[in-house]
Write a protein that binds this ligand. Structure first.
Ligand SMILES: [Zn+2]
Length: 251
């Protein structure tokens, strides 16, 4: 079992390095007792980075996936480095921060865009996918093209007049009595989710989510929206970050 440390509190998404202990070594992979590496899921690609042993031997983390209650860190390195990994070994994990921070900006931008689309058209997002410096949202219907400039303005406004992004944990029974994230109601929450991790963009969005998010919409930066294209089930709308690599502002 791996503790998903990146979920624990809002600032945990900003942790770039951490210490952990190896608990298992399935072929080609490492399981740690805790991790800040995000495993592929919810349309967000996995983190990458390195694991170091005693500050000298380093292996690359090339992919991260969930397997039951564990997180598998797929690793690549010299045979000598890989031999040093043993159950009980303490390692330092270091995230490829440029990649992860881009994912946080895209992911938070996607929440905001889904919310603004819902507010303006009542269309919900069926699926979202982040990749490279862009994201796509598959909607449950056709997006009127005249809405695109309004959405572009909405996103620019959230950078000029930033809104805080916060996190809270709501007991499942309470959530089921009154689910208050109307725009995300298309995808039912799995039965075992309790409490519900709720991500809120002040006065803009509420959404249950297990991803990694920014602390402010200011950090999304300028984005370019793309015209909608039809796909089975509705329209697909995309956006790209106009500044893919931005320094992380101090907290
Ligand atoms: Zn999210």
């Amino acid at each position: 079992m791996t503790e998903l440390a990146y979920l624990s509190e809002p600032e945990a998404a900003y942790v770039r390095s951490f210490r952990a202990r190896v608990t298992a070594l399935p072929p080609g992979a490492v399981v740690l007792d805790r991790t800040y590496f995000y495993p592929t899921g919810g349309g967000q690609p996995s983190d990458r980075g390195t694991l170091s042993i005693s500050g000298r031997t380093t292996v690359e983390v090339i992919d991260v996936t969930k397997s039951g209650l564990s997180v598998l860190h797929r690793v690549r390195g010299s045979p000598a480095a890989l031999r040093e990994l043993a159950a009980g070994t303490e390692v330092e994990g270091v995230l490829d921060w440029d990649r992860r921070y881009r994912h946080m900006r895209l992911h938070t931008g996607q929440h905001l865009l889904s919310a603004r689309i819902f507010a303006r058209t009542r269309l919900r997002t069926r699926r979202a996918q982040l990749m490279g410096s862009g994201a796509t949202l598959d909607l449950e219907g056709a997006l009127p093209p005249e809405v695109i400039p309004l959405l572009q303005d909405d996103l620019a406004e959230a950078v000029l007049h930033p809104r805080p992004v916060t996190l809270r944990h709501v007991p499942r029974a309470e959530w089921d009595r009154n689910p208050f994230a109307e725009r995300s109601g298309l995808v039912p929450l799995p039965a075992q989710v309790d409490p519900v991790r709720v991500v809120e963009i002040e006065a803009a969005d509420v959404c249950p989510c297990g991803g990694t998010h920014l602390r402010s919409t200011r950090e999304i930066g300028r984005v370019a929206l793309h015209p909608p294209v039809p796909v089975p089930g509705g329209d697909r709308v995309g956006f790209t970050l106009e500044e893919p690599s931005l320094p992380t502002p101090p907290g």
